[in-house]
Write a protein that binds this ligand. Structure first.
Ligand SMILES: [Zn+2]
Length: 277
């Protein structure tokens, strides 16, 4: 049996942007627990300065219970049960949390790992924070080789968990497809795009802006959006973006084996304690 939890592991509050979740999946199988993305580590909720300039406009609330460690505890799982983390890409709010799981195997696209660790261009130096990888993660880089619903260069990480290249936001950006017990696939699309894949409607501020200005490769990004439109039109494939607002299941999906963790909302108390100069 497989249970899939959806948790907000990096609740963001950009100026004028309201509450923006960063959704991670925790896939609980009989013999293993796998996470898709890891959010921020506990330490960053106590002191966000390690995430650099982003701390000023992501305005993380002081809620260490939102970190993946706390989210696992909320469903009765100790951190050592999490043996595998599959990351969509290595930007901080998706991957810094791997620092809390030094024993876990970290599955990532080989392109993404090279970009984030070599930091050969000004863009990669600006957008990746290597201090969260200083503990020597057990990286498992993947280069693909199989096809998933017509998308090439996919890798099956374990049974029913597939790394799906969706480049553009970063060169090695991937989605992660998880097969649910009812035969549906849930595709976590990471930061591949925030617009509605069916209608093409752009995401509200500030995600629409973020999507346009952060794309590393605009041609690849357009291609990825076309892939998402094609996949969204298929029966049995359901898309979930990292920063979907509000935190919820894809509207098309009501599987009994999938559960949504409580949203983290920014109350006035949180706002006043977080906004340190
Ligand atoms: Zn990103």
């Amino acid at each position: 049996m497989r249970t899939v939890h959806i948790f907000d592991v990096a609740p963001l509050r950009p100026p004028l942007g309201g509450d923006v979740p960063t959704q991670a999946l925790v896939v609980v199988d009989d013999d293993r627990v796998t996470a898709v993305d890891a959010g921020y580590p506990v330490e960053v909720f106590h002191d966000p300065s390690p995430i650099g300039f982003e701390a000023r406009f992501l305005r993380l609330p002081p809620r260490p219970d939102a970190a993946l460690v706390g989210r696992l505890a909320s469903v009765g799982l100790s951190p050592d049960r999490l043996t595998d983390i599959v990351v969509t890409h290595l930007h901080s709010e998706h991957a810094a949390g791997i620092a809390d799981f030094p024993e876990a195997t970290i599955h990532v696209s080989a392109i993404e790992l090279a970009d984030a660790t070599e930091r050969a261009s000004p863009r990669t130096r600006l957008s990746y924070r290597t201090r969260f990888f200083a503990h020597g993660p057990r990286w498992r880089p993947h280069t693909g080789g199989s096809s998933w619903f017509g998308v090439a260069d996919c890798t099956e990480i374990s049974e029913g968990i597939v790394l799906v290249p969706l480049p553009g936001h970063t060169a090695g950006h991937c989605g992660v497809a998880v097969l649910l017990d009812d035969g549906n696939w849930l595709l976590h699309t990471g930061d591949a795009g925030y617009r509605d894949p069916v209608s093409g409607l752009s995401a509200a501020f500030p995600l629409g802006l973020y999507e346009r200005f952060t794309a590393t490769d605009r041609a690849a990004h357009r291609q990825t959006l076309a892939t998402l439109r094609r996949l969204a039109a298929r029966d049995g494939v359901h898309l979930l973006s990292s920063h979907r607002i509000p935190l919820r299941l894809p509207l098309t999906l009501t599987a009994p084996s999938i559960r949504t963790g409580p949203a983290i909302r920014s109350g006035p108390a949180i706002r006043s304690t977080e906004e340190k100069p």
